[in-house]
Design a protein around this ligand. Structure first.
Ligand code: MN
Length: 354
């Protein structure tokens, strides 16, 4: 009995990339023949969005041959009033006392609420008393794991409130296979639970903020096997830094074009072009390079590229620099070493000449 676990889709009316990520998760769930797709909070970006998007969600989740289990998160916990219909084979965990059965497994959940640590610990104790330790128990949780030392930006744009903070030790007495969590966006991350089992954040399946760089993941769990990080073919951010080489005669624009072409099809790139180039060797000015980079960019770029390059032809053509260079070429240093020394020289000349 396999379960595909995700969280933090933040669906909104105008965010087609997030809907595409949901479609990808649904088809992945089918391909892995799972019994359940669990969404551990923040399926919708906002309660009001849920009101508009319920019918579209029914269509998206409708086709699968598996059960979808949704946990309310801090962004959408007011969206799941009882009696609402989210789709065939879709259950919402609206109460910690009412788990969902998935074949032999029991899926418990802590719907998001502002709650003190003491009350959360008390609630988990009551939950433990209700759990049958002979069954596979899973707990869906949406909030901050205090043992993890994240920065605020790792959760998306959340300001300074703490969202249902918990410690691994709170789960110690629960007979759990997994805590399948949400709220932490940056990346897939897991921890051993003190009483056995694992706590896992899958990371957002589609980038929500700029910090969500790298290929997005979902989490596949099956009994008796290690959890599996599954790479998703969804929109995400990437930092790309191009370091120019002042001794190269290859066009920087060709290099940048090649790197952009090789990037993931769904990547949105933050591009930095930095370092030195020899404009007279390339027949290129700083202005021409800047305009060339801007014209290359197109759809793959997430924002304005950072142009941190310098044409250093005035240094490389300086007589004194050339004397240094020819002396250096006569030495027995390795080509790599020579190049590093020359870069140091360029830097030294830049300071002297300005
Ligand atoms: Mn959240």
């Amino acid at each position: 009995m396999a379960i595909l676990h995700t969280a933090d889709l933040h669906l909104a009316e105008d965010k087609e990339e997030n809907w595409a990520a949901l479609d990808e998760l649904v088809s992945l769930a089918g391909a892995h023949n799972v019994s359940g797709l669990v969404i551990s909070g923040d399926l919708f970006d906002h309660d009001a969005e849920a009101e508009k998007l319920r019918s579209r969600l029914r269509t998206s989740l409708g086709g699968g041959d598996f059960q979808t289990v949704i946990l309310p998160g801090n962004h959408d916990h007011r969206a799941y009033r009882s009696g609402l219909y989210f789709g065939e084979n879709v259950s919402v965990i609206n109460s910690w006392e009412e788990p969902v059965r998935l074949e032999e497994a029991v899926i418990w959940g802590l719907p998001y609420e502002q709650i003190s640590a003491e009350r959360l610990v008390g609630r988990l104790r009551e939950m433990a008393a209700r759990m049958d330790p002979d069954r596979p128990n899973y707990l869906l949780f949406h909030g901050e794991l205090l043992d993890a030392y994240f920065s605020r930006e790792d959760m998306g744009d959340e300001g300074s409130i703490r969202y249902m903070p918990a410690r691994l030790s709170y789960f110690e007495r629960l007979p759990l296979q997994y805590v399948l969590a949400g709220h932490f966006h940056s990346r897939y991350a897991g921890w051993q639970l003190p009483g056995g089992g694992l706590f896992i954040y899958p990371g957002s399946p589609v980038a929500i903020t700029r910090r969500e760089t790298g290929i997005r993941k979902a989490n596949l769990v099956s009994p008796g096997k290690d959890p599996l990080e599954i790479s998703l073919n969804t929109c995400h951010y990437e930092e790309m830094v191009i370091d120019l080489d002042p001794f190269s005669s290859e066009s920087p624009l060709a290099i940048i074009g090649r790197r952009l072409k090789a990037a993931h099809r769904k990547a949105k790139i933050f591009l930095t072009v930095q370092g030195f180039f020899n404009g007279s060797l390339l027949g290129l000015t700083e202005r021409e390079l800047a305009e060339g980079v801007k014209s290359l960019v197109g759809e793959k770029l997430a924002g304005e590229p950072a142009l941190k390059f310098y044409d250093v032809r005035h240094i490389m053509e300086d007589d004194l620099f050339r004397q240094f260079e020819s002396r250096l070429d006569e030495t027995e240093l390795t080509p790599d070493h020579k190049e590093r020394v020359k870069e140091m020289l360029i830097n030294a000349f830049r300071v002297v000449k300005t």
